[in-house]
Design a protein around this ligand. Structure first.
Ligand code: PLP
Length: 292
């Protein structure tokens, strides 16, 4: 129940439907965001709303999709779905997709529809794992060319190998996948950026092939404010194995510790002190207990 914002109107949840000939359903080209709202002292606040909306519009621009609404309208839509559904904390999903006006790969003559939904979503990778950490498998699936050259776009069509990687990891008894690029360097999780800690320095893959994560940039800022050096560079698979600590970041995953990769314990095999510190600062920030 509740309401979903669809093309400028709030419609009842069950009535926010699309036709089976929806173009994006067939060919997968669309753009989306994952945003979270948190309960803060002053009321519910959407974390880095403008940055998410900017990335949504950049993703559309990269793919050449013509947005039908401006940023203000999409921001207002996100606030409206949280408010109208009475949510105190929420995961918000804006998505832009081509409609059912035509088939075939040509899309410039199609209408771009916009929807925004919101619901209550707890810890993406499991509440208990926020403390004990997750077990990760390096995936046999790598990113293909389009993902790597268009990693600034958070695009529907970019998630096929993320889904295959996650499916493979879960079927092998792990919690999440770690994808490498085509040269074998560490890239990111199926929906998260990765960080390592080694001898007091934090490392994360540079942005040549991973999504420019908003949580990633938040965590880098928090670490630098603490005076911890942060290095963005190409990372090899064995650097992950010998790290003192490792963690994933993402709007959905927040800051999730990694305790094991491919059967090798990371550090002591539990959440490391630096991870714990940054995780707690991140939660303070999103809940409005820290100055941004
Ligand atoms: N990498 C991928 C492939 C993602 O889908 C996401 C999720 O949005 C992230 C990283 C993390 O990005 P953010 O922190 O902006 O949510």
């Amino acid at each position: 129940d509740g309401v979903i914002w669809l093309d400028g109107e709030l419609v009842p949840w069950r009535e926010a439907r699309v036709h089976v000939l929806t173009h994006t359903l067939h060919y997968g080209m669309g753009v989306f965001e994952g945003v979270r709202a948190y309960r803060a002292e002053q009321g519910t606040a959407i974390f880095r709303l403008e940055d998410h909306t900017d990335r949504l519009f950049s993703s559309a621009h990269i793919l050449g999709m013509r947005m039908q609404f401006d940023k203000e309208a999409v921001n207002a839509a996100q606030r409206a779905v949280v408010r109208e559904n009475g949510l105190q904390s929420a995961y918000i999903r804006p998505m832009c997709f081509y409609g059912s006006e035509g088939m075939g790969l040509r899309a410039d003559n199609l209408r771009v529809h916009t929807m925004v939904a919101a619901w209550d979503w707890g810890s993406y990778l499991g509440a208990e794992n926020m403390e004990k950490g997750i077990r990760v498998k390096v995936s046999s699936f790598t990113r293909h060319h389009v993902n790597i050259t268009m990693c600034k776009a958070k695009a529907n069509g970019n998630y096929m190998n993320s889904m295959l990687a996650l499916k493979e990891a879960l079927e092998c008894g792990y919690d999440e996948a770690l994808l490498l690029d085509n040269e074998g360097f560490v890239m990111e999780g199926s929906g998260e950026n990765i960080f390592l800690v080694r001898n007091g320095t934090i490392y994360t893959p540079d942005l040549t092939s991973a999504l420019d994560g908003i949580t990633r940039s938040t965590v880098i800022d928090l670490a630098r404010e603490l005076g911890i050096p942060v290095v963005e560079k190409r990372i090899t698979r064995d650097e992950v194995y010998v790290a003192d600590e490792a963690f994933f970041t993402g709007t959905a995953a927040e800051v999730t510790p990694i305790r094991e990769v491919d059967g090798r314990l990371i550090g002591s095999g539990s959440r490391g002190p630096m991870t714990e510190r940054l995780q707690s600062l991140y939660f303070d920030l999103v809940h409005g207990r820290l100055d941004a």
